[in-house]
Design a protein around this ligand. Structure first.
Ligand SMILES: [Zn+2]
Ligand SMILES: [Zn+2]
Length: 301
């Protein structure tokens, strides 16, 4: 497909078009009992808020169930004999990851909805026509996006490990020490919201093409699933699943999201291989992890 063809496609993909599409299907009537929309009349704010929440929650949940399950089956069953010999899933913990994620995602979707609606209503710097700021900017904007979000997320995550915030907001996620992909959304809703808000904040500061904004939200969901499966190919500078496993095992290292840059700069980087191979270890009794009480002075759960 040539550049113009790509541009035409990108032009039609946005959260707004998805919400408009939702307004044309009966779910709108089931939820609100109103007219189905699509008649050219502007969508009322309450309807837009509700449909945006519906789209965010059920879209996110569908992606989570599908991709976390695929990842879980692949890593913990199909490839287990090579990756994690001797491992048996801790089913009560897996169940807790799923129920916690399912519940929290509903509230997280609610917290992100106002900003998404503001974006749909044109109050951000999201643009549709890919040529608006030139092709060079279009191609450079994901790099800018990664620099912006990785910086904010590092510091937000590190802040959440401060004793005062940790016990109230971040502890629920760290109650899962030996994670599976199902831990992806197992956050206190405020924790999940704070760690994700940079994705929306970016488009209020920098221009970002609408389809790229959508893709960035879908991609971070996939990334969050991926970094909880404990297995990653070591790519220098990338904060993969083995790095995030070290985070869950030691509490105070590898706060980054996509990259290890800020961990390197701030001295919080810990090489997975230095933790006795614990990052790849499947054994639920991995001895290398630091006890929570050693870090925070007490055990919270
Ligand atoms: Zn953490
Ligand atoms: Zn985690």
């Amino acid at each position: 497909m040539d550049m113009l063809g790509v541009a035409a496609r990108l032009n039609t993909v946005s959260a707004d078009t998805c919400v408009q599409w939702l307004s044309d299907v009966p779910v709108d009537q089931w939820l609100l009992g109103g007219s189905a929309g699509g008649d050219g009349s502007p969508m009322s704010l309450p309807r837009r808020l509700l449909l945006t929440w519906f789209f965010t929650y059920f879209g996110g949940l569908g992606l989570y169930y599908l991709m976390a399950t695929a990842d879980f089956v692949l890593v913990f069953f199909v490839l287990r004999r090579w990756l994690m010999p001797g491992y048996t899933p801790d089913w009560p913990s897996v169940r807790r990851e799923v129920t916690y994620s399912t519940r929290s995602l509903a509230i997280m979707a609610g917290l992100t909805t106002p900003m998404e609606v503001a974006i749909q209503l044109g109050h951000s710097r999201v643009y549709h026509d890919p040529a608006t700021y030139g092709w060079a900017y279009l191609l450079a904007s994901p790099v800018l996006f990664l620099l912006f979000t990785d910086t904010i997320i590092y510091w937000v995550h590190r802040g959440l490990h401060h004793r005062a915030l940790y016990k109230h907001i971040h502890k629920p996620h760290h109650s899962f020490v030996h994670t599976t992909p199902y831990a992806a959304f197992a956050f206190h809703p405020l924790d999940g919201y704070l760690q994700g808000v940079a994705y929306q904040a970016f488009v209020f500061v920098f221009p970002f093409q609408a389809a790229m904004h959508m893709a960035s939200l879908a991609f971070v969901s996939l990334w969050t699933i991926n970094i909880h499966d404990r297995v990653s190919i070591g790519v220098s500078g990338v904060n993969g699943a083995r790095h995030h496993t070290v985070h869950h095992l030691t509490f105070k290292a590898n706060y980054g999201q996509y990259f290890t840059f800020w961990d390197w700069v701030c001295g919080t980087f810990r090489d997975p291989d230095s933790v006795g191979g614990a990052a790849a270890a499947a054994d639920a009794a991995t001895p290398a992890h630091v006890l929570e009480e050693e870090v925070y002075g007490k055990k919270y759960l």
